[in-house]
Design a protein around this ligand. Structure first.
Ligand SMILES: [Zn+2]
Length: 346
């Protein structure tokens, strides 16, 4: 893999990740860009202790541009996008409208392919492996930035969940705090350790593999299952068998097996609802805090879920979920797992 780091016209960093070591990507950005204004602020909810980011400068961000004005396609003669090079494999750059910047962290965009009209599920294994390498590199580098506590790589897919750019891309957030969900997981895991001496992540994975009814697929180094208390109609957790803190410490065997398994899962998601519009999903890497207590007991894993529950119905977070964080799931996790096994490509 070749990594090329350069700067956009307003000073933001852009990094190209190429399979071909001969790729030449250091093309200058000739756009007349002003430095972007950011004014994020992290506040703490006094009752819950949760961090909340107030990012009031983001209201003017690009919203559903036409395909010929896509900022994530490579630049062409006469049309400059966010990516100055005329082609790329995988590219990462600092978000022009970040929720987190400066003292409050960093937001990056990762484009999985220069092809505007495809999706992650349609990539080949080689490209998916390059994306994994880029996620890993970003996790290592951002973890070393002063003040960063947790690195979060994720993809939102589909207009149904608020994606404003159709081009296949994800995001990488470097948080100056440990996210609320991770904080709760760490507390549960620490309490379990204190009470039993065991690791709760390992015990949950072992129990799911032994029980079997919620297993979606098993590789040699990974298992994907629908969690016992799934919150979403179709939700899959993908864990490496050898527990590890984050992507930087994932072993080579698990790394090599990941692209095939992940593409298989995404393709199953796309087959869930027949020939209707592609399944909207959120794919979220859960990684340990970059340092400190709790890191040693954490388990890197990926949570993939869709907000769609039938071909024409979405799951909305309404009164119980948004108001009380009490999820009501209409699909039994065992049925969801059976369905996800049924739509395997055979
Ligand atoms: Zn595009």
């Amino acid at each position: 893999m070749k990594r090329t780091s350069t700067r956009l016209a307003d000073g933001r960093e852009i990094l190209y990740y190429d399979a071909d070591d001969g790729a030449a990507r250091a093309v200058p950005d000739t756009r007349p860009l002003d430095a972007s204004a950011t004014s994020s602020e992290v506040r703490r909810d006094p009752l819950l202790g949760d961090a909340v980011v107030i990012a009031s400068h983001r209201q003017a961000r690009t919203y559903h541009p036409p395909a010929d004005a896509c900022p994530l396609c490579p630049s062409t003669e006469g049309r400059a996008s966010e990516i100055p090079a005329p082609d790329y494999d995988v590219v990462v750059f600092e978000n022009r409208f970040p929720s987190l910047a400066g003292d409050t962290g960093r937001c990056e965009v990762i484009c999985f392919t220069p092809d505007h009209l495809t999706s992650f599920a349609e990539l080949d294994e080689e490209r998916a492996a390059l994306v994994l390498a880029a996620w890993t590199d970003r996790t290592a580098e951002l973890s070393a930035h002063a003040g960063i506590r947790q690195v979060y790589c994720f993809e939102n897919r589909g207009a149904e969940i608020g994606v404003t750019l159709a081009h296949p891309h994800g995001q990488i957030y470097a948080f100056p705090f440990i996210t609320p969900r991770t904080t709760r997981m760490l507390a549960t895991v620490a309490a379990h350790r204190a009470r039993t001496g065991g690791n709760l992540f390992e015990e949950v994975l072992a129990a799911e593999r032994a029980e079997g009814t919620r297993i979606v697929l098993e590789g040699e180094h990974w298992t994907a299952f629908v969690p016992y208390a799934a919150r979403w109609p179709y939700e899959v957790h993908l864990h490496p068998h050898r527990r590890t803190a984050d992507l930087t410490t994932l072993d080579d065997a698990a790394r090599a097996e990941f692209p095939g398994l992940y593409l298989d899962l995404l393709r199953r998601f796309d087959r869930l609802f027949g020939s209707s519009a592609p399944t909207p999903y959120i794919s979220a890497w859960h990684q340990a805090p970059v340092s400190g207590e709790g890191r040693a007991d954490f388990a890197l894993h990926l949570e993939l879920f869709t907000v769609r529950r039938t071909a024409d119905k979405l799951k909305y977070l309404a009164g119980t979920e948004s108001g009380m964080e009490a999820y009501m799931n209409d699909v039994r996790p065992e049925d969801a797992a059976a369905r996800l096994r049924e739509v395997a490509d055979r």
